[in-house]
Design a protein around this ligand. Sequence first.
Ligand code: MG
Ligand code: MG
Ligand code: MG
Length: 309
Amino acid sequence: MTICVVGHSNPDTDSVTAAIAFAALLNAQGQTAKACMQIAADKLNPESTVVLKRFGLAAPETMMDAAGQKVALVDFSDIGQAPANITSAEVVAIVDHHKIGDITTNQPILFRAEPVGCTGTVLNKMFKDAGVAIPKDVAGGMLSAILSDTVNFKSPTCTPDDKAAVAELKKTAGVDDTDALFMEMLRAKSSIDGYAMKDLVFRDYKDFDMNGKKMGIGQLELAALDQVAGIRADLLKALEDVKKDGRHSVLFMLTDVVKEGTELIVLSDEPALIETAFGGKIENGCMWIPGMMSRKKQTVPPLQKACGC
Ligand code: MG
Ligand code: MG
Ligand code: MG
């Protein structure tokens, strides 16, 4: 049976390109694998759309239900971020760079997780370990994913391994200027014109269960905060709808990539808990948190701590 390689729901560039790259590696090693993603190709986020086009990569197949399938997971290991019926699928491998999630298996599997900035960095090592050359287009995708996940090396999640991987992958991909590639991605990622509020809210969004509290955290990376000045009221209305749908809190990170900080929009049943988590004061429904770039490293852990996880 073909192994479906799939990243997390609401896929970002890493989830999309890691699925492509790991499928390529598995195929090069004599297995049969295909890249999948939990979204229709025409709904893919604008950054990933630009990356696929720029490097001539085909969009992975859509896979929303894993029942009865053989799957390999990239860029996540949480049931909450998996395709439907993941518990009745056979998980054969996991490659990730997040905290270990709640997916379990009956058999021993290939499980490779490293505390680096991107799944692409882990996969770059796996290609080398396997002695498999990375195809040029695949290298371009992996390179883009590392620049995106590490916010062009500015995120605290970035490690020397990520920088080393970029140095190697840019050669393979034939990219001279990675700053220019990053800005091209940022322009696409932060474009808001013509998008429905719901699309902006869910562009990079994850739900977490924190001690029985359902927490939604979205992020929009911007070149400047005033990019969203004209849509704030509509954005808030859309976030209120998400909150009403059974969530304890919805946090929305407006991250200024140039100023290196985040304006956190907070909708919560317990605002005091959010203030405790981030050591600030909510004013007009927002808090500015200097230096906050990463949901994984700077938003989720303090919130989990405040929730007693
Ligand atoms: Mg991801
Ligand atoms: Mg990632
Ligand atoms: Mg990301």
